[in-house]
Design a protein around this ligand. Structure first.
Ligand SMILES: *Cc1c(COP(=O)(O)O)cnc(C)c1O
Length: 638
């Protein structure tokens, strides 16, 4: 390997767009390691990823692992609350801000507890969308000043649970998504002799943009039309319960890329609020739902993996938009409720995985010499290799592309032998490598030859499952920042895509953040045999953490919770480790019985012992080994 080219932390931050997607929480230190700045200050505490990794190894915790930075979670809660408070003060708005965290974004108890704890000074509550989430809210959202907003379709049990919250003196607001729920709430509230707090979800005409635009618009699955809202209110009035109406809710979808959509939705919903207020229905809360986006690709644009606004702009536009319509109508300013979840959780967790193998196209080392009576395509390829120069490389590139395609067709027809194909492909990749080196020196790269780098890209095999840890990259082409956490003082020179260890061909990542758009490959370092090389998948705290499935029976990851501690020499300590799923647990969820499996295997081994094919001592070892693997981690061990 040539002498590595040294680079500065700033250059590496720029290459991987760390400052763009990192929201101030990530940086590269002088040792060339990625680090976390829990206080978003370069001069504040710094947690070096490699030190965390060393400690994880010392504790004998296997990779891949999820690392959670609880300080980031706390900081995001503070940020959203203080920003809205600032916007409210700036405009002299009369209402207050109340956040509620939607449990579905990351249901982990530790995450919910941390958010409630950090949200204590701001009365940051919870949002639940199912009975299980509601039960979690009943147990954990104890502060009587916090809101709990209850969305989703509801049955009797759901409403009874919500009313139990009211019995406990909590602000549990049942948001009606469907007209039939009004009558059910009235009936059960009377039966349980408790005053409900009711919200209504408005079906807005404004359509979101981005991937979740289906959550809004006239064909959305949730929400009440204007006539349904008025009919519902009439029903509540009949029962003398119009005062129970407290909140107006809308949600235009998650990850809204364009601020224009937010403004339009606020304007439309504010008109509903104002008209209801004028008719004597005074709602206390105006709930703007979720949708506050995360800039995953750092482009600050209205594209699906980004957003074209900042948190401050978001808050200011909502406060001022709502205020303007209220003032025009001469109605009071309602409290503002936000159900942001993605924004709060995305940055706090990441997946650290190790590269367990590399697949280099260009490393083919087979012989290339002539064979007797060889096919003309092989001869041509050898000639192309012989005459390649800095002058004719473009022409040669075109020739060899054609020759290689022809050769594969000829192979399929049985015209070219396996031996000939192996030699021809070896020559082809040697030519591609040489052209790539010529291009590195060239002042100008012709359009057609742009693909050389992609062609030549290696595959880095990483110890994780896309389906467990980065489901959205597979399901909806969500872009996630991916980069090495080490050797960031050397220029990476290897173009790669990332493949996982599932045996699904979809188990790969081939879309990466790049200068002004996306690339199919990512620049990583060349790694030598046996070298440990760690890569991080970042911003996985929202949805990715908890949506993963057990495709190929890979289970949940080991999880490490890191807290910042300024007094500690390394600025951090590991507070908790949650073991990932063992093979036996994963199997058991799919109805296997691991104990029985071990017995079956033992029975087979015993049979072979009786036949004399396995020595008894070896048999015992083999059975122990099988049982040990059942108890072990589902990922690769190195
Ligand atoms: C999913 C969801 C949210 C969370 O949205 P984010 O974009 O993650 O902030 C909020 N409210 C409702 C009703 C939801 O369904």
């Amino acid at each position: 390997m040539s002498v590595e080219q040294k680079v500065s932390p700033d250059e590496m931050c720029e290459l991987y767009k760390v400052k763009r997607w990192g929201s101030g929480y990530f940086s590269v230190n002088e040792r060339g390691h990625l680090c976390v700045l829990p206080e978003r200050r370069e001069d504040g505490p710094r947690i070096d990823f490699m030190e965390v990794i060393e400690e994880i190894k010392e504790q004998k915790i296997a990779f891949p692992a999820v690392i959670r930075f609880h300080d980031i979670l706390r900081s995001q809660i503070k940020l959203i609350n203080t920003t809205f408070r600032d916007a409210i003060a700036e405009y002299d708005y009369r209402g207050s801000f109340f956040g509620v965290y939607p449990i579905k974004v990351n249901q982990m108890r530790e995450v919910v507890e941390e958010i409630l704890d950090a949200g204590e000074p701001y009365n940051h509550g919870l949002e639940a969308g199912s009975k299980s989430e509601l039960m979690a809210a009943l147990a954990y959202n104890e502060n009587p000043d916090n809101l709990t907003v209850l969305n989703g379709y509801k049955d009797e049990e759901y409403i009874r649970l919500a009313l139990l919250g009211r019995k406990l003196g909590r602000k549990f607001i049942i948001v009606v998504e469907n007209v039939s729920e009004f009558a059910l709430i009235v009936k059960l509230a009377k039966e349980m002799r408790v005053e409900p707090m009711i919200g209504i979800r408005a079906k807005l005409a404004v359509r979101g943009s981005g991937r979740w635009s289906g959550s809004s618009g006239e064909r959305a699955k949730f929400g009440l039309t204007c006539s349904e809202i008025l009919n519902g209110i009439a029903l509540l009035k009949e029962h003398g319960m119009a005062d129970c109406l407290k909140l107006l809710h809308f949600h235009v979808g998650s990850q809204v890329p364009d601020i224009r959509i937010i403004k339009e939705a606020v304007a439309e919903a504010a008109r509903i609020y104002a008209d209801l207020a004028l008719s004597g229905i005074k709602l206390d809360y105006f709930d703007i739902g979720g949708g506050l986006g995360v800039d995953y690709d750092g482009s600050r644009s209205a594209t699906n993996s980004s957003r074209n606004y900042s948190l401050l702009e978001y808050a200011m536009d909502i406060v001022s938009g709502l205020q303007q319509i209220c003032d025009e109508a001469g109605v009071p300013h309602p409290h503002i409720v936000s159900e942001s979840g993605r924004y709060i959780t995305a940055h706090h967790s990441c997946v650290i995985t190790n590269v367990v193998g590399t697949i280099h196209q260009t490393n083919s080392t087979y012989e290339t010499g002539a064979i007797v009576d060889e096919h003309i395509l092989l001869t041509n390829m050898r000639e192309s290799a012989a005459i390649l120069t800095e002058e004719n490389y473009q022409e040669i590139f075109n020739d060899v592309q054609q020759d290689k395609n022809d050769a594969i067709n000829a192979f399929k027809l049985g015209v070219i032998s396996l031996e000939e194909r192996a030699r021809l492909e070896t020559l082809y990749w040697q030519i591609i490598s040489r052209i790539s080196r010529i291009l590195e020196e060239a002042d100008f790269v012709p359009e057609e030859l742009m693909q050389v780098e992609e062609l030549k890209a290696s595959q880095y095999l990483c110890n994780f499952s896309v389906f467990q840890s980065a489901a959205d990259t597979w399901a909806i082409s969500q872009l996630l920042p991916i980069m090495p956490v080490m050797r960031l003082d050397e220029a990476p020179r290897q173009r790669c895509s990332i493949v996982d260890i599932t045996c699904d061909s979809d188990g790969k990542i081939s879309q990466f953040i790049a200068q002004g758009g996306y690339d199919q490959s990512l620049l990583l370092h060349e790694i030598s045999e046996g070298e440990e090389y760690y890569i991080g998948l970042f911003l996985t705290g929202a949805y990715q953490d908890v949506m993963g499935d057990m495709h190929n029976l890979f289970g949940r990851l080991n999880e490490v919770h890191v807290f910042c501690d300024d007094d500690d020499p390394a600025d951090f300590y590991i507070e908790e480790v949650i073991k990932g799923t063992s093979a036996e647990k994963v199997l058991a969820t799919m109805q296997y019985n691991p104990e029985m499996m071990a017995r079956y295997v033992k029975k087979e081994v015993d049979r072979q012992i009786r036949r004399g094919a396995i020595q008894p001592r070896e048999g015992v070892r083999l059975v122990d080994f099988y049982e040990g693997c059942l108890e072990g981690y589902t990922y690769l061990k190195f």
